[in-house]
Write a protein that binds this ligand. Structure first.
Ligand SMILES: [Zn+2]
Length: 56
């Protein structure tokens, strides 16, 4: 954890690197704080839960 810009919450916080993001062929590192990471984990879990219900 280090002090930086939380891209998910758009605020300064203690953040961790969550991965690169690509736009217009350029890449930038994305960092997010614990609260926003928790939100993202929840988002991913919900997304996959919905997808599981759909017929293959
Ligand atoms: Zn945040």
């Amino acid at each position: 954890m280090s002090w930086g810009w939380c891209v998910l919450g758009r605020h300064w916080a203690m953040v961790v690197f969550i991965g690169p993001v690509e736009s217009d062929g350029m890449q930038a590192p994305v960092h997010a704080c614990e609260g926003c990471c928790a939100y993202m984990r929840n988002f991913v879990r919900n997304y996959n839960r919905h997808r599981d219900r759909q017929p293959a």
